[in-house]
Design a protein around this ligand. Structure first.
Ligand SMILES: C[S@@+](CC[C@H](N)C(=O)[O-])C[C@H]1O[C@@H](n2cnc3c(N)ncnc32)[C@H](O)[C@@H]1O
Length: 239
């Protein structure tokens, strides 16, 4: 089959997020509800007296704010300045300013202190990185976690972005894991921890095309995005 495709230069990933977060006026997170898995994780951590969290690629604070509202010291890292200013507004209105710290940085270069957090999250970020960076970031997440702490990863796999004329589009250098590759990677990298679960969910949704990408993608407003989202929770059981 002859399938045409468009490769978008990497700098547009950042431009797209800046556009999303600066336009969005909702009071809640742009990404909607907090997953039930995260609510359970918060309960589980609190029950064991654990209260610090690091969220890599925290976006506009969907998880970060849920953790801080439960009393956690919450540190978020994200490239986007617009995401940071949305979080700052949201924590002001929730009265949790003293519990949240947001850093504008690249998670690939940023140095996290060893064994400093009870929980490290990375949701829907790794799929955009080159494969060698994905593995490096997961190794850093593991090192930054205290004994008895958790890592939660949500890693979209088998991603297909399809324009109305059937053209596929990708970002330059993104990991492009198949479902099996993503599951095997997580199982391999956490084989010295206790893997609590590796779940998967299939999504097939229509998404808006941001203004910044319209000239590259032929002026369309909407595209279809299919993916198998892999969620993995792992527990650090010993040194
Ligand atoms: C799809 S959003 C997910 C936001 C949040 N984790 C959630 O699940 O609600 C991806 C976020 O990752 C950030 N991001 C992408 N690459 C990054 C990198 N290399 N370093 C830091 N943040 C990054 C983007 O700016 C964006 O806010």
């Amino acid at each position: 089959m002859d399938v045409s495709e468009i490769i978008i230069p990497r700098e547009f990933i950042e431009k797209w997020y800046e556009e999303k977060y600066s336009k969005y006026q909702g009071k809640e997170s742009y990404y909607g509800e907090v997953d039930p898995e995260i609510k359970d994780l918060i309960k589980r951590l609190l029950k064991n007296g654990k209260t610090s969290v690091l969220d890599l690629g925290c976006g506009d604070g969907r998880y970060l704010i849920e953790f801080a509202k439960a009393g956690f010291n919450a540190v978020g890292i994200d490239l986007s300045r617009a995401a940071k200013s949305r979080i700052e507004k949201r924590i002001e209105s929730e009265g949790i300013r003293n519990l949240v710290d947001v850093i504008n940085a690249d998670i690939v270069d940023y140095h996290f202190e060893n064994r400093s957090y009870d929980c490290v999250l990375c949701s829907e970020v790794l799929q955009q990185l080159p494969r060698n960076c994905v593995e490096e970031v997961i190794r850093k997440m593991k090192r930054a976690t205290k004994n008895g702490g958790y890592n939660f990863i949500r890693l979209p796999s088998d991603i297909k972005r399809i324009l109305p004329d059937g053209t596929f589009f990708w970002y330059e250098g993104e990991a492009k894991y198949s479902r099996d590759e993503a599951v095997n990677l997580l199982r391999k990298l956490y084989d010295d921890w206790k893997i609590e679960y590796v779940h998967e969910t299939f999504f097939d949704e229509k998404w808006s095309i941001p203004e910044v990408l319209k000239p590259i993608l032929g002026g369309y407003d909407i595209y279809t995005r299919r993916e198998v989202a892999i969620k993995c929770l792992a527990l650090r059981i010993s040194d």
